[in-house]
Design a protein around this ligand. Structure first.
Ligand code: GRF
Length: 204
């Protein structure tokens, strides 16, 4: 069974669906910690309700990002996780962390990558005028939302959509795609070959 550490900065709805899937035995893992960069994150309450230990490394208490990342890196190592899940973790991870945990960090992005990386993927899609939007679960590499893609889910964009309507439609798919990807990782079914993630058959 894989040990999972979640990184989250805010609301934590993706964290919650992963906790729910773990509780129902739909993911072969255990959430061993929540690490947050924001002492106000609602994700902290979700962790407490599920008896998941919380580590707060409050970004704004640090003089520099480098100083913050020293403590973040130490906390990540300390959890001894097999997998790190960025569930609305709103900062780029530094290269030392990414190299140390290469192939073990997943992220969810609210757009169909490689389009609309970075902040506010949904709004970027809306402004661009695309007819199909969606979400992407991917491995984290040193670029901005650029690692190998595991799962994507698409949704239509309607003419009268505002940002909130599109956010909600995409979020619904995030809540399906993310636990699916975490479950596949925990079953050792993701094989990465360059940019390609190959889905291995289920073991009997
Ligand atoms: C999601 O839209 C996710 O794609 C993005 O940040 C948002 C986090 O939402 N990375 P939540 O905290 O999981 O509710």
């Amino acid at each position: 069974m894989k040990q999972i550490t979640v990184l989250a900065s805010g609301r934590g709805s993706n964290f919650q669906v992963i906790l729910d899937c773990l509780a129902r035995g739909e993911i072969n893992g255990k959430c061993v910690a929540l690490i947050t960069d924001n002492k106000e994150a609602y994700a902290i309450e979700r962790a407490a309700a599920a008896d998941v230990p919380v580590v707060v490394i409050n970004f704004t208490d640090y003089p520099t990002k480098t100083a913050y990342e020293v403590d973040l890196f130490a906390a990540m190592k300390e959890t001894n996780a097999d997998l790190f899940v960025c569930a609305g973790y709103m900062r780029l991870l530094g290269s030392e962390i990414i190299q140390a945990f290469a192939g073990k960090i997943l992220n969810i992005h609210p757009a169909l990558l490689p389009a609309f990386s970075g902040m506010h993927g949904q709004q970027q899609a809306l402004e661009y005028g695309v007819k199909i939007a969606g979400c992407t679960v991917h491995f984290v590499d040193e670029g901005l939302d650029s690692g190998p893609i595991i799962i994507q889910k698409a949704v239509p964009v309607f003419d009268d959509d505002d940002e909130q309507a599109l956010d909600e439609r995409i979020l619904e798919q995030e809540h399906i795609a993310f636990p699916e990807a975490v479950a596949l990782f925990c079953d050792d079914r993701l094989f990465v070959s360059g940019r390609h993630v190959i889905l291995l058959p289920e073991k009997n």
